[in-house]
Design a protein around this ligand. Sequence first.
Ligand SMILES: [Zn+2]
Length: 272
Amino acid sequence: MHSSCSDGALAPSDVMARAAYHGATVVALTDHDQLAGLDEARAAAQALGMRFVNGVEISVTWRAITLHIVGLNFDTQSPELVNGLQVMAQGRAQRAQKIADQLAQAGVEGMFEAALVHAGGRVDLLSRTHFARELVARKKATSVRSVFQDYLVAGKPGYVSHEWCSLAQAVGWITGAGGVAVFAHPGRCIHAHEGDELELLHEFVALGGRAIEVVTGSHSKNQYKKYTQIAQDFGLFASRGSDFHSSNESKMEAGKVPELPHGLIGVESLFG
Ligand SMILES: [Zn+2]
């Protein structure tokens, strides 16, 4: 789940309250490249009787493809992880400026400042979602999800190719901090290149990756089947995530996620 400490709409404690309301018992906050919401979320989750797992979702560039690697159950004080995320935050701010410049060239002016308001004034958090919310506010699109058909994606205004960290860095930071690296929503990353996907999975496992997200709002029922098989073939633990950002932007509600398919072992069993 995501909070206003990255591109979610709700404060960490509000996200936890929603998850508890929907019956969640084990939860993780996985803000993009950010640990800032974990303390608040942990306190709220524990007060609500849920088991809280530290989380983060790290953006990775692998062969010009953007992937998301989720880290779970790590030490939030790990210097390598903290420093790595800090460098990424600087890159995020620079990317936001380029996105705004591109949009200005397409006639949509003043987007840096406007998106910054949606990000609570935090330059280091600025994501495409914040730009998307402003584009909806300006009636350039009807919903945040439909923004990504006409803006901010390859070939459309506001698209910027960006170099995130490497797969080795992301997995290394997470495992170095004692955490578990999870390949998040694989079906959203590389639908077109099956050969690449197998090579990526082998590389992820060789680097120390131990789990794969099988159940997520980004996956179809067929993809549940496909990634169940892949988890079994590669000996990976499985995770499920709502990818909750806000009630009107997310396909799944916080804490309301279908069970894992049979034959899989949930990643939480690694946490003792
Ligand atoms: Zn993601």
